[in-house]
Structure formats: C-alpha cells, structure tokens
Design a protein around this ligand. Structure first.
Ligand code: AMP
Length: 358
C-alpha cells in the first residue's frame, strides 16, 4: 500500500509503545511544540506520563488503532516488536515512519543478516536452523565446535540466545530456545562493542552521532562512552556503514547499528535497532539536538538537526536495584539524572540513566 505523505510539519505525533524511548521522544517533541499521543497495551506507562493522550489497547485492536491514527498527524514507534500488520493498517490513515521495510528487517534475524550482507555490510558468518540437526551440520561445515544460536524474533538483552561450546551443548541449547526457527552465528572474537546512531529526514539529509563504546553487564547495556576511544579511521568506517544502511532503507527517523570491533580492526554488524537506541541517551545532555529530537524532527517533516556534540560523555544505565544509586548522583553537580517513572523495580529492568559530561 502506498504511504500517505506529510503535506506540512506534524503538530501531533503518535507513538506506538509506551516505554522510556517513547517518553524521551515525547519530551523532545514537547520542546518543539509538538504534542504526543501514545498507543500501548499497558496502563501507567512511562511515555503516558508525559504525553497529551494515551490509547490503551492491544496492537490488533483496529477500532482503537483507527481512533489513535485519526487523532495524530504522523505515527512512529519506539520498539521493534510492533506487528508489521499494525503498521500496514495505520498507513491507511496516516504516514508511519520509519516504514515497515526497516521494521520487517529488524524484526527477523535471517532477514536482518541477509539485508546487511546484500548491501555489503559484513556480519558474523551465519546460517539458518529449523532443528538441532542443522546446527550440527553447520558446525561441521564451518569446521568449528562453538557458535551462538539466537531465536529469529523477539530476542533482546541476551534473551532468546544460547552459546554452544561443544557438540553435547547442541540439544539442550536448541531446547532452551523453545523455537523452530533460529540463526546460527559464528562467535566473533570481538574486542569492543560499539554502536552508531544515524538520523535521516524526509528530504534525504543524513546526520550521524559519533560512534560510541558500549559495555554490558549480564547482556544488558551498562555504560556508554562517547566518543568510542578508538582510531578516527575506524570510527569513520563504522559511521559509513550506518549511513549506508540508513540510505538503503530510505530511513525516516533514527536507527541504531550495533557493531563488533575485532583486535585487527575489522568491523562486523550485529544488530539493527529501527528506533532511538539506549546507547544514544547521552545525546540529550551532550548535543544541542538529541537522538530523540532528531527522531521527532525527521518523522514530523522537519529538517534533521546537526548531530555534533558540545561535550564528550559517559552514560550509566540504572538497572533494577541500581536505581538506589540516584541518591549519590543527586548531590553531584555534573550528573544529569533521567528517571523513567516506572512504578515497580524489577531485576534487569531499565529504571533510568545518568549522563556525566566530560
Ligand atoms: P544480541 O542479542 O544479538 O545483541 O546479542 C547480545 C550480546 O551477545 C551481544 O551484545 C554480544 O556481547 C554477544 N554476542 C551476540 N552475537 C555474538 C557473536 N556472533 N559473537 C560473539 N558474541 C556475540
């Protein structure tokens, strides 16, 4: 179906999803005089606290989706597991950015890896698995005994994946995924994990934030250092990859590209986030135009803003009980505190973040 297009900049933005990314987008929109309406299945969501209106319904509730679409000028989403059919349906009423091409690619690891490879962006060596036997055959073909297997859909923060170190691991690893469709990836001996956030507007103009270094704890992002303390030539190559991707999918909005860097300086792509990314939260405090403002600008038909930073920064996620650390930061003059207003603390839950400017 053809996409309705914006004839003038949007005054009301609709966001599918009610998490912290929606919340920070709504706050950026408010600064630009743009109202936000949220659509999500949960009540009392972080984004609803700072938005003009919230529609609480499931993503297949057509009546609610139609009412939501009619209440806004343009629609975006803040997490990648929105059903593609929902986007199809909403497009009958209002433009949806980024469109479902990118969403479909980012939702399925086979499609994601295939697309990246097709446009010349290297990834880990990979293969499809629909049964445990496929893993054994692939390892034999590759002449190795280790790999990572991941569900094709709905994996995040290390969930839906298992490492295989020897042949005996295959059966239990396959069973633990509880799926009939997975990707087999060669283990990348990476030294660093970095990411790049790129924004592209409706006029085709592109801006990229400097690549950042990401440190994880229990597979969850713990710390981002901006810029990544790596060679300028390497940062340039990483940026070129992300910009190539943004252009090839005709991105409208922002995306994050997660990359591995090996000891010899090779860069391979791991994952695409078709939205603002946790590793870009530092941009709120260290750039005039944050990743959230740029997302809002791009999807609302405004020109993309400069992604330059006025400061280097370190961003620390507050995960679960770490929310208690806020006490310490409240008295620090250089700490920019961001809390997401989640009513309940849970292990592994992103409760907020702190940005320290350098
Ligand atoms: P993902 O869900 O794909 O982002 O993977 C979560 C984490 O697992 C990554 O941040 C890496 O630390 C690790 N990982 C994922 N894929 C690979 C791979 N092919 N080789 C080595 N480590 C990986």
């Amino acid at each position: 179906m053809s996409q309705k297009s914006l004839s003038k900049p949007a005054k009301t933005l609709g966001i599918l999803g009610g998490g912290q990314l929606g919340r920070m987008s709504a706050m950026a929109a408010a600064r630009l005089g743009i109202k936000t309406h949220i659509f999500c299945p949960e009540t009392d969501s972080p984004a609803s606290h700072v938005s003009a209106q919230t529609f609480v319904a499931t993503y297949d509730d057509k009546d609610a989706l139609k009412a939501f679409a009619k209440s806004v000028d343009v629609i975006s989403y803040e997490f990648e597991n929105i059903p593609v059919e929902t986007v199809h349906y909403l497009k009958k009423f209002k433009p949806v950015y980024p469109d479902e091409t990118l969403l479909g690619i980012a939702q399925h690891r086979w499609k994601e890896k295939q697309f990246l490879n097709d446009i010349g962006i290297p990834t880990a060596c990979w293969a499809k698995a629909t049964c445990a036997n496929d893993i054994e055959e692939t390892l034999e073909e590759w002449g190795v005994s280790t790999c990572i297997i991941k569900t094709t859909r709905f994996g995040y923060d290390g969930k839906g994946q298992a490492k295989i170190s020897k042949l005996e691991d295959i059966q239990p690893a396959w069973a633990s995924l509880k799926t009939n469709e997975a990707i087999i990836e060669a283990l990348v001996p990476f030294k660093y994990e970095i990411s790049v956030i790129v924004a592209r507007d409706l006029f085709g103009k592109v801006q990229s934030y400097v690549p950042v270094l990401n440190d994880h704890k229990n597979h969850i992002l713990a710390k981002t250092t901006a810029p990544a303390p790596l060679a300028p030539e390497l940062l340039k190559r990483a940026t070129q990859m992300a910009e190539k991707l943004a252009k090839r999918v005709e991105l409208v909005g922002v995306l994050g590209l997660e990359l591995f860097v090996t000891k010899d300086g090779s860069i391979v792509a791991n994952e695409i986030a078709p939205r603002a990314h946790n590793s870009g939260h530092w941009t709120i405090d260290a750039c005039s135009v944050s990743q959230f403002e740029n997302h809002v600008r791009c999807v609302c038909g405004l020109p993309v803003g400069k992604a330059d930073r006025h400061s280097d920064a370190v961003m620390l996620n507050l995960i679960g009980d770490e929310i208690a650390l806020v006490e310490k930061y409240l008295s620090k003059k250089d700490a920019n505190i961001h809390l997401y207003g989640k009513p309940e603390v849970r292990a592994g839950r992103k409760m907020g973040h702190i940005t320290l400017l350098k």
